[in-house]
Design a protein around this ligand. Structure first.
Ligand code: SF4
Length: 226
C-alpha cells in the first residue's frame, strides 16, 4: 500500500466524499499555489486505473491528471492497443502543482498518497498502469528504477495487477523507445483485462514454478566424475 499520513482519512469514500476531501485538502503546503487539485477523472467503476505523478501547468488549470500533449499521447496509445480512453480512470499521486514545478518532497508525497488509497478503495481497479518511477514506487511501497520493472505484471494490494511504464511526457520529449514501451505496456494491460494474459498474481506464481523447476533440474542434472 502507498505510504499514508494520519492527517488525511483514507477510509472508504463515496465519489462525492473523495472529491470533497481532495478539493478541500490543506494537509500540506502545496495547496497554497494550486489552481485546481487533481481529483481523478473517468468512470468510478473503471477496470483500468492510470496513475501519474504530479500535476504540471495544464493539469493545474484543468484539474485533471494528464492534460495537454501528455494526455493526447496517452489517449493515442490507448486507442492503438484497443482501449477506449473514455473507459479509463486517470489520477495522480500528488494532487496539487508544486511551485516552480519542483519535485515534491517525500513528506508531501506521503501525505497526499492517502488520497490515492481512498481512490483505490473507491474505484477497485483490476489493473493499474503507473506512469514513471514515482507512482510505481509509491504503489509498490519501495523505491524502484523504472527500467527494471517496466512492462512487468506485478501483484499488489492483494490481487490488483500493476504494470509500470514510461510517462507520456517522455514520449513528448522524444526519449528513445518511450513511445514503443508505452504502447507495449498498455497492450499488456489490455491482454490482462481481456484474459489473454494472466494477472500479476498468476505471473508471480508462474515465475515461482519456473524457478523451482530450474532448481530441481540443476539438483538432478548429470554429474561429472573425475
Ligand atoms: S498536495 Fe495533496 S496533501 Fe497536499 S494539499 Fe494538495 S491534496 Fe492535500
Amino acid at each position: 500500500m502507498p505510504t499514508t499520513c494520519s492527517s488525511i482519512d483514507p477510509g472508504p469514500r463515496s465519489a462525492r466524499g473523495h472529491e470533497r476531501a481532495v478539493k478541500g485538502c490543506t494537509s500540506c503546503a502545496l495547496h497554497e499555489g494550486r489552481e485546481q487539485p487533481v481529483v481523478g477523472d473517468g468512470p468510478r467503476d473503471a477496470r483500468l486505473l492510470i496513475v501519474t505523478d504530479v500535476p504540471r501547468r495544464h493539469e493545474d488549470i484543468h484539474g485533471h491528471a494528464l492534460a495537454g500533449s501528455s494526455r493526447n499521447v496517452l489517449d493515442e496509445a490507448l486507442l492503438h492497443v484497443g482501449i477506449d480512453p473514455a473507459s479509463v480512470r486517470r489520477t495522480s499521486v500528488v494532487r496539487c502543482r508544486p511551485p516552480e514545478d519542483r519535485t515534491p518532497t517525500a513528506d508531501e508525497v506521503a501525505t497526499c498518497s492517502a488520497h490515492l488509497s481512498g481512490e483505490l478503495s473507491l474505484v477497485s481497479p483490476e489493473v493499474i498502469v503507473s506512469l514513471g518511477a514515482m507512482p510505481t514506487s509509491v504503489l509498490l511501497g519501495r523505491p524502484v528504477r523504472l527500467e527494471r520493472v517496466a512492462g512487468y505484471r506485478l501483484d499488489i494490494l492483494g490481487g490488483v495487477t500493476l504494470i509500470p511504464t514510461f510517462h507520456p511526457s517522455e514520449v513528448v520529449r522524444g526519449v528513445p523507445a518511450a513511445s514503443i514501451a508505452l504502447r507495449r505496456d498498455l497492450a499488456v494491460a489490455k491482454a490482462v483485462l481481456d484474459g489473454r494474459m494472466g494477472s500479476g498474481a498468476q505471473a508471480r506464481s508462474e515465475l515461482r514454478s519456473r524457478l523451482q523447476q530450474q532448481a530441481r533440474r540443476s539438483a538432478t542434472g548429470p554429474r561429472v566424475h573425475a
